[in-house]
Design a protein around this ligand. Structure first.
Ligand code: GLN
Length: 232
């Protein structure tokens, strides 16, 4: 089914670095699963997009303040976010996990984080989890604006661990980053394409139509498989 766009162009906000969902390739061009899925959806349904890779919490704010029509940023669909956003059909199953520097064998459970520093990215599901469990486990929390800063902090020992979505940690490890994941991931969390609650409903409809079609034809698996090899 083809839906008629209501705007000549839709501004879509995204994260600045969230590989393999959005990241800059060697030519500084943004690429990734989110970018490919949305570009294909736009082509299939015949709407125009302008993507702005401004960072995760900046994207959330841009949609809330009507500076962007929608966002795609590996955004977890949560009940709290449903108060201010409408989401597409879930397009990716995810979850969060703790990561430490490879070779650090002192952290095997959350309780081993007592007195340690844990890093997260501002405004994320991981940040919510880490802040919510701070008293229970007795660590301190450091919040970073970007993934680059967060992963660098673990590398140089400015934090003892980080928490992030496991496909993102898995991709970083596959790319050769010296990280280990000693604790089982926290289940739950699917990603959705999001608009401000009550706004641009046709955009969600167009994305859902295109997503269903891409799943049906196998194009969805092809796009994901381009970036994620056998589950990592
Ligand atoms: N999935 C996480 C969230 O929605 C992180 C998203 C991101 O960092 N781009 O909070």
């Amino acid at each position: 089914k083809k839906i008629t766009p209501k705007k000549d162009k839709y501004v879509i906000a995204s994260d600045s670095a969230f590989a393999p969902f959005e990241f800059q390739d060697s030519n500084n061009q943004y690429t990734g699963i989110d970018v490919d899925l949305l570009q294909r959806a736009a082509k299939m349904q015949g709407f125009n997009i302008e993507m702005k890779f401004i960072g995760f919490s900046a994207a959330v704010q841009a949609v809330e303040n009507n500076q962007a029509d929608a966002m795609i940023a590996g955004m977890t669909i949560t009940d709290e976010r449903k108060n201010s956003f409408d989401f597409s059909t879930p397009y990716f199953q995810s979850g969060i996990q703790l990561a430490v520097k490879k070779g650090n064998d002192k952290i095997k459970a959350y309780k081993d984080l007592k007195g340690k520093k844990v890093g997260v990215k501002v405004g994320t599901a991981s940040a919510d989890f880490i802040v919510a469990n701070q008293e229970k486990y007795g660590y301190t929390v450091k919040q970073f604006d970007t993934a680059d800063q967060l992963y660098e902090a673990v590398k140089v020992g400015a934090v003892d661990a980080l928490m992030d979505d496991y496909p993102v940690i898995g991709y970083a490890i596959a790319q050769g980053q010296d990280l280990a994941t000693p604790i089982k991931r926290e289940d739950g969390g699917t990603y959705g394409f999001a608009v401000k609650k009550g706004q641009n409903p046709e955009l969600i409809e167009m994305f859902n139509e295109a997503l269903a079609e891409m799943k049906r034809t196998g194009e969805y698996d092809k796009i994901v498989g381009k970036y994620i090899k056998d589950g990592s």
